[in-house]
Design a protein around this ligand. Structure first.
Ligand code: ATP
Length: 262
């Protein structure tokens, strides 16, 4: 948290994300637009959404989405894990939160991405002030006065979220990012295939069908495993091999185990 130069505009773009077009539209009108064209939004009496919560199973694009939002808006991006803000020293947690927001304001427009925001309450039960209550209070205060700072929170466990944070209305918009459907898996595979020499004969639809309940991260792993299978074949058998073929995906499918149970 105290590192210098820890914020920058991320490189991830909407084109790098498969299957979440509806989210892109929401973010464009509620977050990116107000950052890029503040006057126009003001004219229509519209303010930017300051806090947004993304929830859903791991590896389905929450971080990717937040980074693409920052990239599109030309905003700096600060990644922070909720629990990192907790300190057992009195006053230290609040100080960290204040520091975080003052840095964000200094490089606004800025998006603070809070991974594992649920972690700000999971420790509430722990004996000895973990500082949760104070962190949440400080966070709410900062959210009120944060000019040009947008907070995107992410959690796999919305049920574990701190009640005060949810009730406050600061996270005014909540979006569920589920495990991808068949069509979404197909979109994700197409996005991932652009970064590798996947042969044009490979039927990505069929692969999408075979990958029920795979997360985006699982599909990325599958694509890598197919690449490894192809490279192995090239180095050990056939030096003329130039692309990833269906048989390499078969090998990959036998290796990748889906990480999220439905
Ligand atoms: P976590 O809860 O574990 O932090 P997350 O939802 O933030 O998960 P990401 O970090 O966005 O997940 O995704 C992990 C990786 O999985 C990405 O870097 C990307 O390779 C791949 N991935 C996940 N979802 C998608 C998607 N919708 N389109 C393309 N790639 C995806």
């Amino acid at each position: 948290l105290t590192r210098e130069g820890f914020s920058s505009v991320p490189n991830e773009k909407w084109e790098d994300i498969g299957g979440l077009d509806y989210l892109r539209e929401e973010f464009k009108s509620k977050v990116i637009g107000p950052i890029k064209y503040p006057e126009a939004y003001k004219e229509f009496g519209l303010a930017s959404q300051m806090g947004i919560l993304l929830f859903g199973p791991p590896g389905c694009g929450k971080t990717l989405t937040a980074k693409a939002v920052a990239n599109d808006a030309g905003a700096n991006f600060i990644y922070i894990k909720g629990p990192e803000l907790l300190s057992k020293f009195v006053g230290e947690s609040e100080r960290q939160v204040r520091l975080l927001f003052s840095r964000a304001r200094a490089c606004s427009p800025c998006i603070i991405f809070f991974d594992e925001v649920d972690g700000l309450s999971a420790k509430r039960d722990m004996e000895g002030g973990s500082g949760v209550e104070r962190v949440v209070t400080q966070l709410l205060a900062e959210l009120d006065g944060a000019q040009g700072v947008i907070v995107i929170g992410a959690t796999n466990r919305p049920d574990k979220m701190d009640g005060a944070l949810l009730r406050s209305g600061r996270f005014g918009k909540k979006f569920y990012i589920p495990l991808p459907s068949f069509e979404q898996r197909f979109s994700i595979l197409k996005v991932l295939a652009r970064k590798k020499p996947v042969d044009s004969t490979v039927d990505l639809r069929a692969i999408a069908k075979a990958c029920e309940n795979f997360s985006g991260a699982d599909l990325a792993e599958l694509m890598d495993e197919a690449g490894f299978a192809a490279v192995n074949e090239k180095l050990s058998l056939d030096q003329s091999l130039r692309s990833i073929l269906a048989r390499h995906f078969d090998i990959a499918l036998s290796k990748v185990i889906k990480s999220v149970s439905p």
